[in-house]
Ligand binder design. Structure first.
Ligand code: PEP
Ligand code: MG
Length: 316
């Protein structure tokens, strides 16, 4: 039993009946890599590249500086996947030299991919740096765009990746309800989806993620959010593609089981949460996760959804 517990705390993510759910780490730069490796991450599911741009006040970092930082992260997971998110500037992550300062609603303005499409030189440099950083490495590189709203956005991003000569899978983050509703259309242009549940909750409930007074609506157990997760995962399955979660939702062990039951194919989180999610997932079968997911979606409130899932998962 001890050996089983140990294996469950370090091995690859899976349900008790062997349904694999790769457990990946969210990193904000090379400094986060050791903790991810120690926690047994199977790769990186969200590499937030903003740190590079915050360091260089007033300018985008040079291609050389980017290559160096990307290579450090890629080299740490020689056999694993590394999902790099291109710059997500704006709203809660403003950058003076890229983010418009006169927007009445920055969260609804030019941010994420929108910023990059307005500054194609910044996107090109980043994609070229990624292509060069991955050269000669066996790593399985995936590159995704934040704040993709529709197929037009997804195509613009995929075109930019191809033009930069990037040999990687291109993906779209699902952070805007429209993207979840039309996930199949977006998947005509890209090869995978990754749910950013922090922003997806913000936009689904019109509840600013930085405003504590509306935090009730930011709860990732909200059944409406679970519905959008299910829609995205079903679309990916129908297209034979993957759909991960890289928002905070993935780090709640119980919710991780529910997400698995909804059809999510990988979970990415801060390294500290990996052991708990791994051991909880290993205690339940896929069928139990699916029943917990159905019970949660049948609820009317976040609280009831959590309780319903808990009843299903602890009662068996
Ligand atoms: C998210 O929105 O869920 C996400 C993963 O991206 P960030 O938190 O960096 O906006
Ligand atoms: Mg986001």
């Amino acid at each position: 039993e001890r050996r089983a517990a140990l294996a469950a705390s370090t091995g690859p993510g899976a349900t008790s009946d062997g349904h694999k759910v790769p457990l990946l780490a969210n990193v904000g730069g090379p400094a986060d890599v050791p903790a991810a490796v120690d926690a047994g991450a199977e790769g990186v599911g969200l590499f937030r590249t903003e740190f590079l741009f915050l360091d260089d006040s007033g300018n985008a970092p040079s291609e050389e500086k980017q290559i160096e930082a990307y290579r450090q992260v890629l080299e740490a997971f020689p056999e694993g996947r590394v999902v790099v998110r291109v710059l997500d500037a704006g709203a809660d992550k403003p950058l003076d030299f890229l983010t418009p300062s006169d927007e009445p609603n920055p969260a609804l303005g030019v941010r994420g991919l929108r910023t990059l499409l307005d500054h194609p030189d910044v996107l090109r440099t980043q994609l070229t740096a990624l292509a060069k950083a991955a050269e000669g490495l066996p790593v399985y590189l995936e590159v995704m765009a934040p704040m993709v709203a529709d197929r037009t956005d997804a195509k613009a991003f995929a075109d930019a990746c191809r033009e930069a000569g990037l040999r990687a899978k291109f993906g779209a983050m699902v952070e805007i309800p429209a993207a979840a509703l039309r996930a199949r259309s977006i998947l005509q242009e890209v090869e995978f989806l990754s749910l950013g549940t922090n922003d997806l909750a913000q936009y689904t409930f019109a509840a600013d993620r930085q405003v504590g007074a509306v935090s009730r609506l930011q709860d990732p157990w909200q059944p409406a959010l679970l519905d959008l997760v299910a829609l995205s995962a079903e679309a990916a399955k129908a297209e034979g593609k993957s759909c991960g979660v890289c928002g905070e939702a993935a780090s709640d062990p119980l919710l991780a089981c529910v997400l698995t039951g909804l059809g999510v194919t990988s979970l990415s989180m801060g390294a500290a949460s990996l052991p708990y999610v791994r051991s909880t997932l290993a205690k339940h079968t896929l069928a139990q996760c699916e029943r917990a997911a159905s019970a949660a979606r049948a609820a009317d409130t976040a609280e009831d959804a959590r309780r319903a899932a808990q009843v299903v998962l602890s009662g068996e």
